[in-house]
Design a protein around this ligand. Structure first.
Ligand SMILES: *Cc1c(COP(=O)(O)O)cnc(C)c1O
Length: 372
């Protein structure tokens, strides 16, 4: 029984998933836990603290404010800031975040910023665009990158990394192998050029794999991997989902039950019209909670007493209605939106979306509760 909509967080499942991913890795491969977007919608501080206890080497976040939140929660581990922007430079420095330098212009701005503060050897990570075409420097920019780095003593290039675009897709194996090849060649050329001018230049470590990279291309683990979704229990493939355990479980109480006669409608704009006598249950979750309208019109299916109940009509801002015609239930009974048996991936798939979008979209007003 739940009193209110609650996202239960099972930190033991997190530990198990970490173990599953670690098993794919060599003992000395570093592990960066991606905790952007409030640890994929979970609960940043307890999740991050658990990951520290488990022994992760690094954290990854998208925004400087997310790094600041980790520091506020007492996390001392190094934090890679994946998508920094110049407006946040002060915050990056204040919280000792390590920016990904993904363009020549960002690199120059960051160098100017550090030089204006007289800071030396600041840890940064150079990002190469190997084919995702999102962020990263181009192969053709190597000379510019090298001369920018060699023109200053304010940078410590900790790593050179890239990001895979389709590591979860077996049909894209050739594309993925190609990305890895391009990355290898960027790395070799970059380090060669750095050494030509400075034989002391230390080889930065390398990383390209996200969760599906680790699962499908473990041979490309290099010196570090960056895992998000796998830690939270999803492997982008049923065969990996079976090895992992969902960390989050979303449950809500039934607030009210209505008998709807044939021809009557349910919800805004007559989103559902009963073709036969129908029993519906109202649940206190809506699009403001991240259960988007796309889950309406029977695309989403929740579980009540382990029986499927489809979402009828349009999802409201704070409420949704499900079909319980064939389920014996009463107000106060628990509806499971997703749990360890009926995962978020399945719920998401019903509406053509993915676990990532569903989890990260869960709003702050849903209570988080750590499972003991
Ligand atoms: C989000 C992100 C990851 C994590 O990916 P998962 O598929 O969740 O493991 C890794 N690297 C970068 C650059 C990312 O943006």
């Amino acid at each position: 029984m739940v009193q209110e909509p609650t996202l239960f967080i099972d930190l033991n499942a997190l530990a198990d998933n970490y173990g599953v991913l670690k098993q794919k890795l060599n003992a000395d491969t570093k592990f960066l836990a991606v905790v952007k977007a409030s640890s994929y919608g979970h609960a940043t501080a307890p999740v991050a603290q658990k990951l520290v206890d488990l022994g992760v080497d690094y954290f990854g976040v998208a925004y400087a404010s997310e790094g600041a939140e980790l520091r506020g929660a007492g996390i001392k581990a190094p934090i890679l800031l994946l998508h920094p922007i110049a407006a946040h430079f002060e915050q990056i420095l204040e919280h000792n975040l390590e920016p990904s330098l993904y363009s020549v212009s960002l690199m120059r701005q960051w160098i100017d910023f550090l030089e204006s503060k007289n800071i030396k050897d600041y840890p940064v990570h150079l990002k190469f665009n190997s084919g995702l075409n999102r962020l990263g420097v181009a192969f053709e920019e190597i000379t510019e990158v090298v001369s920018a780095i060699q023109g200053t003593d304010c940078l410590n290039i900790c790593s050179v990394f890239s990001h895979l675009g389709a590591s979860d897709d077996p049909d894209a194996e050739e594309f993925t192998r190609d990305q890895i090849k391009r990355y290898d060649s960027f790395y070799a050329t970059f380090t060669q050029k750095m050494r030509d001018n400075n034989p002391q230049f230390k080889h930065p470590w390398r990383h390209i794999c996200n969760t599906s990279g680790v699962l499908n291309y473990p041979e490309a683990q290099y010196d570090m991997v960056r895992c998000g979704i796998g830690l939270y229990g999803y492997g982008n493939d049923p065969k990996y989902d079976r090895l992992l355990r969902p960390v989050a479980q979303l449950k809500a109480p039934i607030l009210q039950i209505h008998q709807v006669a044939t021809g009557q409608s349910v919800g805004y704009n007559h989103g559902f019209i009963a073709q036969q006598p129908t029993v519906i249950a109202s649940l206190p979750l809506g699009h403001a909670d991240g259960l988007h309208r796309i889950f309406g019109k029977e695309n989403g299916c929740v579980w009540i007493h382990d029986q499927p109940a489809h979402i009828l009509g349009n999802v409201c801002m704070d409420m949704l209605m499900v079909d319980v015609t064939n389920i014996s239930c009463k107000p106060g009974d628990t509806a499971v939106i997703f749990d360890q048996q009926h995962g978020a991936q399945d719920f998401a798939e019903g509406a053509g979306t993915i676990s990532y979008e569903l989890l990260t979209g869960l709003s702050k007003r849903i209570k988080r509760s750590i499972v003991p």
